[in-house]
Design a protein around this ligand. Structure first.
Ligand code: UDX
Length: 435
């Protein structure tokens, strides 16, 4: 099969790049993976995976002979026509996307009539047109450009890549667009072939819509807190309407990660730069910021001033099944609690190494039970499955206080209350009926 599949290059070996590379290798392509970080390339060559992503290590190992790692873009250019770009586009202080890594790749390209850049990194709408102009101005007009946004989710990235909901290819109707379509053909996913700007916008709009859904249900949860309704029941009832759907209606302490906060801000900023004030997204962002702090109010409601109170945080990663700490709600929460004078112990089954770089002044515990020992209150921050299996009698025995704040509405309130603890969810004020 691999003899028929064309080799590709992938520039940037982060979450998106490495999963894309391993995924295409699995489908049968030879993949030249390029990164400027020599240490990372060395580790990858040695079979070490720099990120924690279920199934990725196995996928890389299984396709090791088709994966080639290098710090030299020339290696990818020599072997492949299609060069996927999967470098970071972090936010700048203004909220715009920082495209410097993208443009260093663009500027490293030679003049060629046989190559194409395939943009996987999330970029503002109009970036493709700008890159094409840059190619034209620098005598590289023959270099093709395709937008192919990536929709994979961390924690299920391998499965999402191999079984995508849709593949979006934005191009000018040239050989490169068709080559990308052919590349994805074995995955048998619904294809949206469109123009470059619409492809760029599809990615931004998708993430902004999902983030809006979360901020919406979080506001409903906040109203539930005041009215005595249970947001879990409300979301269950809402989600059965196929126009709404059950997904992304889990209220909690806000969305984080490398995509939603950055992409929502970038879309708002991009609209603003064109003179359009995207009112809805302002609210989505503000609700999310306030939501991260809601736990502090809940703690104060029960404990009074938090000075010298001992608070245990269970989970630190921005969501389960990843070690990614980018924009994690735990960062804001721990900083607020420390500023209020609380003593914090934390436990995360996977993200501790990343978290140690970002959260100073807290005690890292070896287990959930060690973290809750002597605590006045416990806050569930990330819904790792092991927290669903906690022995709450043991938790109650280890704690000094009784308060459990479930920041993800993940725990069983009956089990928590049954152990003599006080359960506080997000938008779940009334004791749940056992029916
Ligand atoms: C997201 C998009 O889902 C993906 O398509 C895109 O390519 C990248 O951004 P990811 O950042 O990996 O993926 O995480 P996702 O599972 O979407 O969750 C994002 C955040 O929203 C997490 O912090 C999660 O805890 C939160 N969330 C999600 C909620 O608070 N409630 C929900 O109902 C769903």
């Amino acid at each position: 099969m691999s003899a028929e599949r064309e080799p590709i290059g992938v520039i940037g070996t982060g979450y998106v790049g490495l999963v894309t590379a391993a995924g295409f290798a699995e489908v049968g392509n030879d993949v030249w993976c390029i990164d400027i970080d020599a240490d990372k390339i060395g580790r990858l060559e040695a079979g070490e995976i720099p990120i924690w992503e279920p199934g990725l290590k196995e996928l890389v190992a299984a396709n090791r002979e088709r994966l080639h790692f290098s710090t030299d873009i020339g290696d990818a250019l020599a072997h492949a026509r299609l060069l996927f770009v999967a470098v970071g586009t972090p936010p700048t202080y203004s909220g715009d996307a920082d495209l410097s890594a993208v443009y260093s790749v663009v500027d490293a390209m030679p003049a060629s009539d046989d190559h194409a850049l395939v943009m996987k990194s999330t970029v503002p709408c109009g970036t493709g047109a700008h890159i094409q102009r840059r190619f034209a101005e620098t005598g590289k007009a023959g270099f093709c450009y395709v937008s192919c946004p990536e929709f994979l989710k961390e924690g299920s990235a391998v499965a999402d890549f191999l079984d995508p909901d849709r593949v979006v290819v934005g191009d000018d109707g040239d050989w490169a667009g068709q080559a990308v379509v052919d590349l994805y053909a074995p995955l048998d996913a619904p294809l949206v072939r469109t123009d470059i700007r619409s492809a760029e916008m599809t990615k931004l709009a998708s993430n902004a819509f999902l983030a809006t859904k979360i901020s919406f249900i979080n506001e409903i949860a906040n109203v539930c807190d005041e009215t005595g309704a249970d947001v879990v029941e409300v979301a269950r009832g809402m989600g059965l309407d196929p126009r709404i759907g059950p997904k992304f209606l889990q209220a909690g302490i806000g969305f984080g990660g490398s995509c939603f906060p950055k992409d929502v801000t970038a879309l708002k900023q991009m609209a603003g730069n064109t003179g359009y004030h995207f009112q809805l997204l302002n609210a989505v962002i503000e609700v999310n910021e306030l939501q991260k702090r809601r736990v502090v109010q809940k703690l104060q409601k029960h404990l009074g001033p938090l000075t010298q109170k001992k608070i245990a945080l269970l989970g630190l990663a921005f969501k389960p099944n990843t070690d990614d700490m980018r924009e994690a709600s735990s960062l804001v929460l721990s900083a607020r609690l420390l500023a209020d004078g609380a003593a914090i112990s934390v436990y995360d089954p996977v993200a501790e190494e990343e978290a140690r770089k970002l959260i100073p002044g807290v005690t890292f515990a070896e287990s959930a039970l060690a973290a809750v020992a002597g605590a006045d209150a416990v806050v569930l921050v990330t819904e790792w499955s092991e927290f669903g299996e906690l022995d709450f009698a043991a938790v109650a025995g280890a704690m000094d206080g009784r308060l459990v704040v479930d920041g993800r509405n993940f725990l069983d309130p009956v089990a928590v209350r049954g152990a003599g603890l006080l359960y506080e969810g997000i938008g779940r004020p009334s004791p749940r009926r056992v029916s």
